[in-house]
Design a protein around this ligand. Structure first.
Ligand code: SAH
Length: 243
């Protein structure tokens, strides 16, 4: 009887601690969303007076970034900064995730491609906004970890594939939106091909290990695109598989 009582008491303590931790995470995440919202106001030239949409801010508020980083710590995860995720890669700064998501103008029925799964965080944000998300990662350990995180969190509308995303994912598309989260000197032609008419591609274009232009390409007609530079950013390099 005494053992049972002690067990119940220790379970209550654990539940209390977990609940307190969750509450702290909710507060930290809400603070992160406020930081992003106010930061967006100083980016009127990129985002317009309206700033970030309510849908994008809501997705940022609903996605548990701390479960996508190795430390799984809320005090680290909800600072507005990039963080290491292993294999020399980083999860992007939350404001940049929100900015790229906004520029992709994702609607509820859209099919979206992400190249550069990394931790799976950007894919999770897109999963809140789109019907289907296909994401490709070139580093096996990151692809496996992201697939597991997304599965554990029941992001059932996300498919993760291991490979070089340069060629896109024709069987999953065509896409209303494509987000590339690694920097390359040019936009891969296969990705433009896999965009639907009216579709948007958002990608850092420029040399590795320095700043790049966050570029928005819109497919305006068969073989026709418009391109604009939105903001200076710094991303990890887009690498190619040897074959
Ligand atoms: N979107 C990620 C952050 C990605 S960092 C997140 O939310 O966590 C960029 C990622 O792009 C890295 O994981 C890197 O391995 C991957 N990458 C680089 N070149 C690639 C390629 N050719 N195809 C697919 N993924 C690539």
């Amino acid at each position: 009887m005494r053992t049972l009582l002690l067990l119940v008491l220790s379970m209550v303590t654990v539940v209390r601690e977990v609940t307190a931790q969750d509450a702290q995470c909710v507060l930290e995440r809400a603070a992160m969303v406020e930081t992003i919202r106010s930061y967006a106001r100083s980016h009127v030239s990129v985002l317009g007076q309206q700033g970030l949409s309510g849908r994008v801010l809501e997705a940022m508020g609903q996605t548990q970034r701390h479960l996508f980083i190795p430390e799984r710590s809320c005090s680290i995860a909800y600072a507005d900064m990039p963080l290491p995720i292993g294999a020399g890669q980083t999860i992007s700064q939350p404001f940049i995730v929100a900015l790229m998501t906004q520029l992709a103008y994702v609607a509820p029925d859209d099919v979206v491609l992400e190249v550069g799964t990394g931790s799976g965080y950007q894919a999770a944000i897109l999963a809140h906004l789109a019907r289907k998300v296909c994401t490709i990662e070139i580093i096996p350990q990151l692809a496996a970890a992201a697939a597991k995180t997304l599965k554990d969190l029941a992001y059932d509308n996300v498919s993760v594939r291991l490979g070089d995303g340069y060629a896109g994912w024709p069987d999953c598309g065509p896409f209303e939106a494509i987000i590339v989260t690694a920097a390359l000197g040019h936009v891969p032609a296969p990705l433009i091909e896999q965009l639907k008419l009216g579709g948007r591609l958002v990608m850092p274009v420029g040399p590795a290990y320095t700043t790049q232009q966050l570029t928005v390409v819109e497919k305006t007609g068969p073989g026709k695109t418009t391109t604009r530079a939105a903001s200076l950013v710094r991303f990890v390099p887009f690498t190619r598989s040897p074959d």
